[in-house]
Design a protein around this ligand. Structure first.
Ligand code: PLP
Length: 375
C-alpha cells in the first residue's frame, strides 16, 4: 500500500539536501562551539553562519536571532519575558492561537495576575481587527500575541496591519509565525513585529530546533540558567547539526518559494474542485479562497456519527490527514479553534485538515477522494 502524507501542518518530510548537510555536520563537526580550540572555532563559525543565513531572510541582524528547541520554547520565552521583565500587565490574544501560546497565557494569568483579553473571532475564522483597536483604547502596558497563519484552518492575519496598530498604541507585538516561515517572505524592517518564532520541522527541516526573533533593544532575560550560549538567554550546548539543517532548509524553502507556492496553490485548488464535485454540499472552515495555500480545512456533509472514525478509516488506507493540531489529535475534545467560531451543528459534522507540501501530487488527491467516498 502506497502511503499518502497530507498532514504537512503537523510536520514535513526533510529535504534530501538537508539530511546530507546534517550528516556531514554530525560526522565532521563534533567540536563544542564554546571551545576555543580549532574544533570549537570551526563549529562556532558554522553556527554563526547559520544565524546569518536565517537573519538575512528576514532582513534583520544576526544578534536578533536566538536558537531554541522549537516554537513551543520560543513562545514560552517571549510571553514569560514580557510579563516578568518588560512590565507587561495585559496580554491581548485570541482563542484560535496554538496551545503553545494559549496555555502559557493561562499560566501567566494565574501566576502573575495579568489581565487577558481575547479578540473576537469572525464567522470566517479571522480575528476582528476593530475589536483589537477597541481593546487598545485602554491604557495599560500590553503585549498583543496573534499568530500569522492558523495551523488548523489556515486563516491569515495581516501582520503589517496589526504591527502598525500596535506601534501606534506603543504596545509589543508577538506573532507565532510557525506556519508561514519558509512559505512566505517576511521583511521585518517593513513589518514592525517585536517578536516572532519559527520551527524547522514545519519547513522540511529537522525536529527539535527553531528560533526566535527579538527586536534589538528589548530587554532579554533567560528562562533557565546555565552557560553563556545564545548570549546567556538560552544556555546549553547548541545542537549544531539541527541548527545547520534548519538554515539549509530555510534557504532551500526561500530559493524554491515561487515555484513551490504555485504548485501547492494549484494542488489546493484541485482538491477544492474535487471535493465540490464529489460532495456538492461541502463547506470549508475559513474562506477556502483566502486561507493560506498550504492548509485546507473541510467540513464534510456526512453524518456526525462518522466524525470519530474518519481519521482511523483513512489511516487504515494509508492516508494521513488530521482533525486539527497534531498535539491534540488523540483528544476526544472538539478543536478549540473550530469551537471559537462554529455553531454546535457545524461542529458536529466531520471536519478534516488537509495540509499540503510540494511533495504531494494530484494522484494522491484522487486516492483521498476515493477513500472519502467510501466512508
Ligand atoms: N505554533 C504553531 C502555530 C504550530 O503549528 C506548532 C506546531 O505544532 C507550534 C507552535 C509548536 O512548535 P514546536 O513543534 O516547534 O514546538
Amino acid at each position: 500500500m502506497e502511503k499518502i502524507y497530507l498532514d504537512n501542518a503537523a510536520t514535513t518530510a526533510l529535504r534530501t539536501e538537508v539530511v546530507t548537510e546534517m550528516v556531514a555536520i554530525l560526522q565532521n563537526e563534533y567540536g563544542n562551539p564554546s571551545s576555543s580550540h580549532s574544533f570549537g572555532r570551526s563549529a562556532k563559525s558554522k553556527l554563526e553562519l547559520s544565524r546569518k543565513t536565517i537573519a538575512q531572510f528576514f532582513n534583520v541582524s544576526s544578534q536578533e536571532i536566538i536558537f531554541t528547541s522549537g516554537a513551543t520554547e520560543a513562545n514560552n520565552w517571549i510571553l514569560q519575558n514580557a510579563v516578568e521583565h518588560l512590565g507587561v500587565k495585559r496580554i491581548i490574544t485570541s482563542q484560535i492561537e496554538h496551545h503553545a501560546v494559549l496555555h502559557v497565557v493561562e499560566m501567566l494569568q494565574k501566576t502573575h495576575d495579568i489581565q487577558v483579553d481575547y479578540i473576537k473571532i469572525k464567522s470566517n475564522g479571522t480575528v476582528d481587527i476593530n475589536h483589537l483597536v477597541e481593546l487598545l483604547a485602554q491604557d495599560v502596558s500590553t503585549l498583543v500575541s496573534l499568530m500569522h497563519v492558523n495551523n488548523e484552518i489556515g486563516t491569515v492575519t495581516d501582520l503589517d496591519e496589526i504591527a502598525q496598530i500596535c506601534k501606534q498604541h506603543s504596545v509589543y507585538f508577538h506573532s507565532d509565525t510557525v506556519q508561514s516561515v519558509g512559505k512566505i517572505k517576511i521583511d521585518l524592517q517593513k513589518t514592525p513585529v517585536d517578536f516572532m518564532v519559527a520551527s524547522a520541522h514545519k519547513f522540511h527541516g529537522p525536529k527539535g530546533v527553531g528560533f526566535l526573533f527579538v527586536r534589538k533593544g528589548i530587554i532579554q532575560k533567560p528562562l533557565f540558567y546555565g552557560g553563556e550560549q545564545e548570549k546567556g538567554i538560552r544556555p546549553g550546548t547548541e545542537s549544531l547539526h539541527n541548527i545547520v539543517g534548519m538554515a539549509k532548509a530555510l534557504q532551500l524553502s526561500y530559493e524554491n518559494l515561487e515555484a513551490e507556492r504555485e504548485y501547492i496553490q494549484n494542488l489546493k485548488k484541485y482538491t477544492i474542485q474535487k471535493l465540490q464535485n464529489h460532495f456538492p454540499e461541502v463547506q470549508f472552515n475559513g474562506n477556502e479562497n483566502q486561507t493560506f495555500y498550504t492548509i485546507l480545512n473541510v467540513r464534510l456533509p456526512l453524518d456526525a456519527s462518522k466524525s470519530a472514525m474518519i481519521l482511523f478509516n483513512l489511516d487504515m488506507k494509508g492516508i494521513a490527514v488530521s482533525r486539527g493540531s497534531a498535539c491534540q489529535s488523540g483528544s476526544p475534545r472538539p478543536s478549540h479553534v473550530l469551537e471559537a467560531f462554529l455553531d454546535e451543528n457545524d461542529r458536529a459534522k466531520p471536519s478534516l485538515r488537509i495540509s499540503f507540501s510540494h511533495f504531494n501530487t494530484q494522484k494522491e488527491i484522487d486516492v483521498l477522494m476515493e477513500a472519502l467516498l467510501t466512508l
